[in-house]
Ligand binder design. Structure first.
Ligand SMILES: Cc1cc2nc3c(=O)[nH]c(=O)nc-3n(C[C@H](O)[C@H](O)[C@H](O)COP(=O)(O)O)c2cc1C
Length: 263
């Protein structure tokens, strides 16, 4: 390994055991055989797990603080308390906070460490409102025709006419995950990244909601993709509303018991 510091390496073999594809061999020092180098997905696990800091640039990404521990109670409460936010305060979403958020969610896992997910952030209430408006206008056209839509859209249009945005809920910011259309596994990666976003937002005092209706309409009306600033060659993975909640949830609602087959 060209990035190995031989003075620090104690040949413990931990890197070998934790390489996802088992590419690292130890004869003298840890080494990826030449014919296997191209299979390395650059996940950084060898660098990250080396107890001696002998691989790569061990200080570039920050150290894991061994004494830091979130209890199941704390983590469970955090995860159960996350809610879909449908009423947003007028407080704008700060760009610095968005930058910090993306700095964290870029660590979400991706298949083969492919990291294919790209983002468009529309942090402008007026532009977000334009997207809702276009969605509703498209629905009006659909209603004029014969073909039924997969969700009942009359109530959504009616609500809009009565001043209620059921599409993007008046959110000040819309985050759109997308990826180059030829990256087939990107859909799963994008949904995982958005789930990280969903869980992260409350720690910044914010919240969000999956924009499922917009997502369905996007799949039928390509012009929305352009309006959302998604590059032509990319496929929309999912849009997600972001903002400061207008109201605070006080209790955790009931959910079904998990259906599990224990074998
Ligand atoms: C894939 C997906 C799409 C969704 N689309 C919408 C949507 O378009 N509008 C909306 O108000 N809520 C939407 N939701 C929120 C769900 O209604 C919500 O997650 C569910 O009612 C449970 O509430 P909770 O998220 O607060 O636990 C969506 C959620 C998911 C996971």
């Amino acid at each position: 390994m060209e990035n190995l510091n031989k003075e620090l390496c104690i040949k413990c073999g931990v890197c070998t055991l934790n390489c996802p594809l088992g590419l690292i061999e130890i004869e003298n020092y840890p080494e990826i055989p030449e014919d296997a180098v191209d299979f390395c997905v650059q996940c950084g696990h060898c660098m990250s797990i080396c107890p001696e800091g002998a691989i790569g640039s061990p200080n570039s990404g920050g150290r894991v603080n061994g004494s830091f521990h979130i209890t199941p109670l704390e983590m469970g409460l955090h995860m159960k308390s996350r809610r879909s936010i449908r009423n947003y305060s007028d407080k704008p979403v700060e760009m610095e906070k968005l930058e910090k958020i993306f700095e964290i969610i870029r660590y979400a896992p991706t298949g083969n460490n492919g990291q294919p997910v790209q983002w468009t952030v529309i942090n402008d209430p007026e532009k977000v409102n334009q997207i809702s408006t276009s969605t509703i206008n498209w629905m009006r056209e659909v209603l004029k025709g014969e073909s039924p839509f997969m969700v009942p859209i009359e109530p959504l249009v009616e609500a809009w006419d009565n001043g209620m945005d059921s599409i993007l809920r008046g959110a000040p910011c819309l985050v759109v995950a997308h990826a180059p259309s030829d990256k087939k596994s990107a859909l799963t990666d994008g949904i995982i990244a958005l789930t990280h976003l969903d869980l992260l937002l409350p720690s910044f005092g914010m919240g969000g909601c999956w924009a499922g209706i917009l997502n369905i309409v996007c799949s039928q009306n390509p012009s929305l993709k352009g309006l959302m600033g998604v590059p032509e060659d990319n496929t929309v993975i999912y849009p997600f509303m972001v903002g400061y909640p207008r109201y605070q949830y006080q209790r955790i609602p009931e959910r079904n018991q998990p259906e599990i087959i224990w074998e």
